[in-house]
Structure formats: structure tokens, C-alpha cells
Ligand binder design. Structure first.
Ligand code: GAF
Length: 385
């Protein structure tokens, strides 16, 4: 159930004239697990997303109904003691309301219906879409002027409350994305700019391995962050001015390798090299060099597989299958890891045959039906009519 249907369902069942907000999901071309290290990322907001219809009610109650995965409803009092919800999204919304109230935003009771077409747990950041869209909607109907930068921080705080110590890439991509462009973000000073990603004769395709992840429950994500922080602490012993892996060099990692954990060193090396891959990707896109774009995608994937160890055998299989298809220039897993989608650059004239063959071989090798989506890059969170 999306856009118009959400709106008419809301009007039929809740009466008031709602505001209508779309929050997109995101892809990431390159720059994985670099954001919480003050590194570089190159995501983009996409057409698939979450649609919200929201209006105020008069009884200090938050009432939310969804059709996102299955029909579900929750209700809680604005200032009450809230239990944990069964639905994953209920806990995000509860965390957001608690943060907004603690920050003294004048939040009133609201009715909200949402739905969408974004696959959940697939590396397309459905949770950032949920959080950023909800915060935008709730503050807007409360008459608050809130900067998108502030929405990003509140959404990140909600993720941390739920248990994922994420960076800010997803929230910034969902809030600041621009149709047709990738979004380059330097997570050190949060400066950003847009990079067109149209390569003549080539097409971007997302392939969903259909291995679902839940990063907030799976502590492996947070363990990666701790590894990075461990190396920073070691380097700070002789370079006290540094604050993150962003300022650590490969020489530093070598220097501390006799006093640091070997796995932590391997992971730090991955992050430092991933920042370089972002720079290489921007150069390749700017030069219209599709071959090099494909190479960087592949290098990024195998680094995530062997150095950072966040892929799965199924995702590795998808990338390997692509390596043996002459219509595929390169592909990589996207997002926090342990499941989800790959992003693929394919020759447009061989597109249908490449996708068909990829899905067939994947089914033969894993027994799993993968899905694919043509990539369409859309604007960040916005009001829809
Ligand atoms: C998840 C996190 F939420 C992001 O902050 C980022 O670290 C990403 O994984 C990996 O690049 O989506």
C-alpha cells in the first residue's frame, strides 16, 4: 500500500486531512562502515521508500497503523511508561517520541498510517527511512521548524537506543538525496556534494539475496566499531591529537600491529582502504569510466568479505556469478552486512540476459530465489501531494 492508497485509507479511517510524507530508502555505491570512523561515503536516496499519512489528534495518544509487512497497529500515551513492542518499527517510533519529548519538542497526540515498497532488512536502510520520515512528519504537524541535520541526529540517537551504534550515512542519504545523483558525504565535517551517476550504455541493478539481516540485534556490526576504536586508542598513545580512524594511516596500523589485536588491525586497514575506494569511485564516475567503476565495486566487495568479514556466502556467490558474466562490470554487497542486496553495474544491451542468468545460477547454487530491482534515484524526504 503506497502513496495515494495510504492517504485515502487515512482519510476514511481517521477523518482528518493528513500531511503526506515520503521517505526514501538508500543505496550505497561505496564507502561501507566508514561513516562511524569519520570517513567518506557515496550513497543515494532511491525511489523505493515509506509513505506516511499523519495528523494531530486531541488525546495525547500516539496511534500508528501500518501495512508495511503485515497489518499492525500500536498505541501509546505520549508521557506514559511504554513496554517494548513486538513490531520492530514500534520500538523505533517509541524511541523517537521519547527523544523528542526529552528535547522539549512540543509534541501532541498523533494518528499515523504508513506503508511502502521498500524491502525490510535488505541493506536499503528501511530503518533510516522509517525514523527520518516519522521525525519529519511529527515535527511538521507540531509546527516546528527543524533542520534536516537535526532530524539526522535524532534518527541516529533512536538507532543507538535500539542497539545499533551506526554512523550518519543512512540518515543523511535519506534526508539530503537528490534525484539522479549520488550523494558524497565527508563524515568528518559533514560537508557534502552531488555526483551524477549516469553512465551511458550501462544500468544499475539491485539484486536482493533474500538473506534478511537485523543489524540492531546482531552485535557483529557493533563489534566492528569497537575494533576500529581499539586501533584509534593504540595510535593515540603516540598521536594524541587523532580522534578517529579517518586520521590513521596504514603505517600507523603497521606500527601498532605488535601491540594490537590482529583482527582489529585487519579491520582498520579495511576502513582506511575503503576511504580510498570512495575517492577512486568518484574519479571513475566523473571520468565516465564504467570499467573502473566495476573494478572498484568488486574490490570493495572482496575487502568486505575477507578483511572486514561482513558478507555471507550467498552474497559472495552473487558477486562471483557476476564476475563470470560478460554483461556485468562489477558488483558488491551494500549496507551494514550479513545479508541484503548487491548493487550491480551492467551493460544495458545485455541487461535482461545478465539478470536472468544471475538469478538462475544463484538459485542453483543456494536454493534461494533472489529478486531484482532497477535502480531509480529519487529525492530525499519530502511532502507528496
Ligand atoms: C548501516 C549503518 F546504519 C550505517 O551507519 C553504515 O555504517 C552502514 O551500515 C555500513 O556502511 O547501514
Amino acid at each position: 500500500m503506497i502513496d495515494k492508497t495510504i492517504a485515502s485509507y487515512f482519510i476514511e479511517n481517521y477523518g482528518n486531512d493528513p500531511i503526506l510524507i515520503k521517505a526514501p530508502g538508500r543505496i550505497n555505491l561505496i564507502g561501507e562502515h566508514t561513516d562511524y570512523n569519520e570517513g567518506l561515503v557515496l550513497p543515494a536516496s532511491i525511489e523505493k521508500g515509506i509513505y506516511f499519512a499523519v495528523s494531530n489528534n486531541n488525546d495525547d495518544t500516539i496511534r500508528i497503523e501500518t501495512f508495511l509487512t503485515q497489518p499492525e497497529k500500536i498505541e501509546f500515551k505520549l508521557n506514559g511508561n511504554h513496554e517494548k513492542f513486538e513490531s520492530f518499527w514500534g520500538n523505533y517510533f517509541k524511541a523517537i517520541i521519547e527523544i523528542l519529548v526529552a528535547k522539549n519538542y512540543p509534541i501532541k497526540g498523533i494518528d499515523c498510517v504508513f506503508g511502502g515498497d521498500i524491502p525490510i532488512g535488505s541493506g536499503l536502510s528501511s530503518s533510516a527511512a522509517l525514523c527520518c520520515g516519522f521525525i519529519y512528519a511529527v515535527t511538521k504537524i507540531s509546527g516546528q521548524d527543524i533542520l534536516r541535520e537535526e532530524i539526522a541526529l535524532i534518527a541516529q540517537e533512536a538507532e543507538h537506543k535500539i542497539g545499533l551504534n551506526c554512523g550518519l550515512m543512512d540518515q543523511y542519504a535519506v534526508l539530503f538525496g537528490k534525484k539522479g545523483n549520488a550523494f558524497f558525504l565527508d563524515c568528518k565535517d559533514l560537508s557534502h556534494n552531488y555526483i551524477p551517476i549516469n553512465l551511458e550504455g550501462f544500468s544499475w541493478v539491485l539484486v536482493n539475496s533474500n538473506i534478511k539481516h537485523n543489524l540492531a540485534v546482531d552485535s557483529e556490526y557493533n563489534k566492528r566499531r569497537i575494533s576500529c576504536e581499539n586501533i584509534v586508542k593504540k595510535v593515540q598513545k603516540y598521536r594524541p591529537e587523532i580522534t578517529s580512524l579517518r586520521d590513521v594511516t596504514l603505517e600507523d596500523v603497521k606500527k601498532v600491529s605488535n601491540v594490537a589485536d590482529a583482527t582489529d588491525c585487519k579491520r582498520a586497514k579495511y576502513v582506511i582502504e575503503e576511504n580510498d575506494r570512495v575517492r577512486k569511485m568518484i574519479k571513475a564516475l566523473t571520468n565516465g569510466d564504467a570499467q573502473e567503476v566495476g573494478n572498484v565495486l568488486r574490490q570493495g566487495h572482496w575487502a568486505m568479505s575477507t578483511q572486514y568479514e561482513i558478507t555471507t556466502s550467498e552474497l559472495d556467490a552473487l558477486v562471483k556469478i557476476g564476475e563470470n558474466l560478460d554483461g556485468v562490470l562489477g558488483s558488491r554487497m551494500m549496507g551494514g552486512g550479513f545479508g541484503g542486496c548487491t548493487i550491480n553495474l551492467m551493460l544495458t544491451e545485455k541487461l535482461d540476459a545478465s539478470i536472468k542468468s544471475m538469478l538462475k545460477q544463484y538459485k542453483e547454487q543456494t536454493g534461494i530465489d533472489a529478486e531484482y530491482y532497477h535502480l531509480a534515484i529519487d529525492d530525499g524526504v519530502k511532502v507528496f501531494e
